[in-house]
Design a protein around this ligand. Sequence first.
Ligand code: ZN
Length: 336
Amino acid sequence: MSRAKLEKLGIDLPLFPVTSVGSFPKADGLGSARTEFARGKITREELQRREERATAFWIEKQEELGLDVLVDGEQYRGDMVAYFAENLPGFEPGGLVRSYGNRYYRKPIIVGEIKWTQPITVEWWKFAQGLTKKPVKGMLTGPYTIMDWAFNEYYADRRATCLALAQVIRREVEALIEAGCKIIQVDEPALSVRPEELPVALEGLHAVMDGLPAYFITHACYGAFEHIYPKMLEAPVDNFDLEMSNSGLDMLALFRKDPFTKDITFGVVDSHSHVIEDVATVRQRIEQALTVLQPEQLWLDPDCGFKTRTVEESVGKLRVIVEAAREARAASVSTR
Ligand SMILES: [Zn+2]
C-alpha cells in the first residue's frame, strides 16, 4: 500500500482515484495540423501553438469531468517509442512495420550509443501542470519496451540494450522530479510479451527507479500475464496500471491465488471498443475488483490509451468512470 508514500510527497487523493493511461485523441484540429506541417504549409511554431491548444483542451476536459490525476494527453507525440527515439542521439528512423491489427509504425534503429543530452518531456509536463492544480503524471516509455520495439545494430544483446536505455530514461525521470513532478508513469506495454525475459525488464525498471523520490506507475497491457505473475510484483513500482476489462477481469483469478501487493490502476472500461459502458457495468467491475483487493489499493482508469477513440468516445468513457467512482466512494463510506 503506497498511500503513505503519496502523503509524504504531499499528494492527497480520494479513495478510488480516477486517472487515464496517457494518450487522448488529437483534439482541436491537430490531426490536420501535422499533415500541414509535414507539407510545409504551417511553421513549427504554428504546429507547437496548436499542440499547446490541444493539450489545454484535454487538461480542461479532465478537470471538468473530475479526474483526480491528469495526463497531458500526448498531443505532441506520434508513437510512444518513436517519440523517444526521435529525441535521443543513437537512434535512426526505420521503415514502416506492421503492429497489431492494421496499424503501422516506424520501427527505429539503434545505430550508436544512446545518449541523454537534454530533457525530452519536461517542457510539456511543465506546460500541462501549469494549467491545473491537480497532479499531472510524467509520462515515459520504459527501457524494455523501447528495446523490444526498436532494431538494435549497436549493443551486444537485448539486455545490454535495455540497460543502456534504462540509464537514459533514469536521467529523464530525474529531470522530471527536478521540475517538480511527483507521479511518474513508465510504460512497459511489452512487459509480458516474452515471459523468459521478465528478469531483464525488471532489471531495467530497477535501473530507472531505484532510490528516486517519486510515486511510480507502470502501465502494461495485452499478452500472457499468467506467465509473469506474481514475479512481476518484484518490479520497483508503486502501482501497476493494467488492462482488465477487455480480458473479462480474468487476472482477478491470479490475484486470488497470489495476493496483489501493490496499488493497482484497474482498467474499468475497454479502450478498444466504441461502445460506452454504462455506470452499472463499471460499478460491477469495481465490486469484483474489491473481492480480492483492498479499497486503498484501487485506482480506476480505462484499459489502455485512447489514441484510437474519438474525442466523444473518450470523454463519454471517462465520464462513466468518474460517476462510478463517486458512487463507489459513497457506498464505501456507508458500509464502514
Ligand atoms: Zn496499453
